[in-house]
Design a protein around this ligand. Structure first.
Ligand code: URA
Length: 232
């Protein structure tokens, strides 16, 4: 069940105040009867809502799935040689597309969606969505490495990284937070500081965390979780 003013604003007016105005003017019919209050709850699957004679239908719910990706599979829709991440999705969700990519040898949080705008916003560096990685590597990071990450590293091929966070966890273990997703970025960032990566796992993206989702398993995000990815 959903509030009538929210339903009108989601499907038609794009604004709650405009929806209230239409309601007040008696231009909205629910199951054939004029309805002037936005507080009324409707069932968008069962109730018929007309505004100025136009039938309003609920947008199909967008789906976002979170996979705990194991190592050894590629982020691709199909691949002749390797197992793909798609094989871990329940059959009814295999029409979704991965949001960005994780390397074959990287584990961790990988999202899938049918909402192209949402995928674009998550990937685009413009929106500065943080991706948190746990890395094991040769050598141990130093304060100089932390400062170099903060400054913005230049990789072997000359590409310039946006400022990133490096947290030293201990001998050969670090946390890295980036807001962009260049090819093999975290591996190349650590390699550029003489710390080749031996194990990499994405722990978080924006407000989302892997939590205790077992390796190879998926779960569907709630609308609240999706909304929390882009706090206003
Ligand atoms: N950085 C990498 O190097 N690999 C990934 O899979 C993700 C980020």
């Amino acid at each position: 069940m959903e509030r009538l003013d929210k339903f009108l604003s989601d499907t038609y007016t794009k604004s709650r105040s405009k929806a209230k105005e239409l309601l007040k003017q008696g231009r909205v019919l629910v199951n054939g009867l004029p309805q002037r209050s936005g507080d009324v709850k409707i069932d968008p699957q069962k109730d018929t809502v007309l505004c100025d004679g136009v039938l309003l239908t609920a947008r199909p719910k967008r789906r976002v799935l979170l996979l705990h990706k194991p190592a050894g599979c590629v982020t691709a829709l199909r691949d002749r040689e390797h197992k793909t991440v798609m094989e871990y999705l329940p059959p009814e969700h295999r029409d979704l597309c991965p949001v960005g990519r994780l390397d074959k040898d990287t584990e961790g949080l990988l999202l899938f969606t049918d909402d192209g705008d949402l995928a674009h916003r998550l990937i685009s560096p413009k929106h500065r969505v943080k991706k948190l990685y746990y890395a094991e590597h040769e050598g141990t990071c130093t304060l100089e490495d932390v400062l170099a990450f903060r400054e913005g590293l230049t990789l072997g091929d000359g590409s310039k990284c946006l400022p990133a966070e490096l947290e030293i966890l201990g001998e050969g273990k670090s946390l890295v937070t980036v807001t962009e997703g260049m090819y093999h970025q975290v591996r190349r960032m650590l390699a550029s500081r003489g710390k080749p990566v031996t194990y990499l796992k994405r722990l978080g993206e924006g407000s989302l965390h892997l939590g205790d989702l077992p390796l190879g398993m998926t779960r569907e995000l709630t609308e609240e979780e999706i909304a929390s990815l882009f706090p206003v």
